[in-house]
Design a protein around this ligand. Structure first.
Ligand code: FAD
Length: 449
């Protein structure tokens, strides 16, 4: 009989795995079990759907279960949750409604993603709140906004999801207040990089409370009351929780699959777990950081897609390797963008590098051409090897281009001297004859002499 591949989870990593498995092997039988009603949807697009920037819900659903199944010849079962994996008999136990049944596999891919972490706050269990994780979540948010016309919202958590929610609410004319326990919002970035976004938020009326914890929440069916640890009492019409995510590993753990130090599933570079016929990919899996050589939990869609492809290929009989991540990421608030790749200065020091950094701030295109904006960069390098270790940057949309180019430089093991010399695009509307990255390399090389 045909070899059978089962994939648990049908979104970023799961759907990529299925597509790549099919491209690798046209003969195997591929089944996806997904516990929600949707597969292959764009969770990264959810905030922009609330904002009304993506205004057709259909555009979030990259595929229906039917279209995905047809395109890649897959058996897709939505509203089917895998509740047990038995590696010995190579079976999974699947639950659908009141029904449970067993299914046998030769190869298994775990792509169960991550779940929102709900902080332990007094009253939170009795208080209905919103989160933004699935299409169903945004349906609820949209419906609430349309029905109740809320004017204000409190967002617990100032990570990138919290910032994206704040932007979506801004576009919906809802005044947002962010509460963040750390010193500043987007705590994965250095504060000086994030100031651009904090300033923009203040300018448009988003309130930010940093270094504050939420102690208690309650809801009287109309208004939320939120009490902070310093006694501040806030009221709002909506409440969001965006305090981060944790890997969905319960199923794997129960099956005896090894977890790494980060608490996420451990795999090798072929995306195999401790059982060589069970693969894992996406947010449920910890990642090897190419620069720090340490394992990290990094729930992002780019790595999830790439890992899914590697797992899918290998599970179907091919051979691909996953080199790991650079931690490249970006988030915007209106016209202010922050992005990073590699290690920040603090992360480089923590990873044991003899690191240094330079600040540069230059226009994103020729100054004599109208409309330029600044890009502020903090470029980190190794004092001994001169290798580029990372960059954090903020500014206009062009910030993304700079950080992406430096990601390539780090991936290619380049030095600050290379940054000085790389030949980038230039014409006045698009760039500068001395590109921002050339300048960073030049300043770093001079500082180092
Ligand atoms: P998921 O996409 O979470 O998919 C896992 C699936 O597995 C889920 O559908 C779940 O229902 C299913 N599942 C879990 N357990 C079971 C089970 N036992 N049985 C059956 N099915 C199961 N990343 C970026 O890089 N850039 C962004 O701009 C960005 N924006 C985001 C915005 C939002 C609002 C959110 C929520 C996430 C965003 N992300 C972004 C993160 C990105 O979406 C994730 O990293 C990515 O989706 C991870 O893919 P995954 O397949 O591992 O997990």
């Amino acid at each position: 009989s045909k070899e059978k591949l089962i994939i648990i989870g049908g979104v970023a990593a799961g759907a990529s795995a299925a597509a790549k498995a099919r491209r690798t092997n046209e003969f195997i039988d591929i089944t996806i079990y997904e516990k929600t009603a949707n597969v292959s949807y764009a969770n990264c697009g959810l905030p922009f759907y609330i904002a009304g920037i993506i205004n057709n819900r259909k555009n979030l659903l990259l595929h229906t279960p039917k279209s995905l199944g047809k395109r890649f010849n897959l058996n897709i079962f939505t509203k089917h949750e895998v509740i047990d994996i038995d590696p010995k008999s190579k079976t999974v136990l699947v639950k659908s409604g009141d029904n449970t049944f067993e299914d046998k596999f030769d190869k298994l891919i775990i792509a169960t993603g991550a779940k929102t972490v709900i902080p332990k706050i007094k009253g939170i269990e009795q208080t209905p709140f919103f989160q933004m994780k699935t299409v169903e979540d945004v349906d609820q948010i949209k419906e609430f906004i349309e029905k109740n016309n809320p004017k204000s919202a409190i967002i617990i958590g100032g990570g990138y999801i919290g910032v994206e929610i704040a932007e979506a609410l801004y576009h919906s004319n809802i005044k947002a207040t962010i509460i963040e326990a750390q010193k500043h919002i987007l705590p994965n970035y250095s504060h000086e990089i994030v100031l651009a976004i904090e300033d923009k938020m203040k300018e448009v009326g988003v309130n930010i409370h940093t270094e504050k914890f939420v102690e208690e929440v309650s809801y009287d069916n109309k208004h939320y009351k939120v009490i902070l640890n310093d006694g501040t009492i806030l009221h709002s019409d909506m409440l969001f929780v965006a305090t981060g995510v944790a890997p969905n590993i319960e199923l794997a753990k129960k099956a005896g699959i090894t977890l790494g130090e980060t608490g996420a599933i451990k795999t090798n570079e072929y995306m195999q777990t401790n059982y060589d016929f069970i693969y894992a990919a996406g947010d449920a899996v910890e990642k090897f950081h190419i620069v720090s050589k340490q394992y990290v939990f990094l729930p992002l869609a780019g790595p999830a897609n790439r890992e899914g492809r590697v797992a899918g290929c290998n599970a179907a009989g091919g051979m691909l390797q996953n080199p790991g991540v650079l931690g490249t990421s970006v988030v915007g608030f209106l016209d202010k963008i922050v992005a990073k790749t590699g290690l920040s200065f603090d992360e480089a020091i923590a990873a044991g590098f003899d690191a240094d950094f330079v600040y540069t701030e230059d226009p994103d295109h020729a100054e004599y051409y109208p409309g330029y904006k600044y890009i502020f960069m903090k470029t980190v390098f190794d004092k001994r090897t001169k290798k580029v270790l990372g960059v954090e940057a903020s500014g206009s949309y062009a910030t993304v281009r700079k950080v992406d180019a430096i990601a390539s430089a780090i991936y290619g093991d380049l030095t600050i001297y290379d940054l000085e010399n790389i030949d980038f695009c230039y014409a006045p509307p698009f760039g500068s004859a001395r590109d921002n990255i050339n300048k960073a390399g030049f300043v770093a090389a001079n500082q180092d002499r």
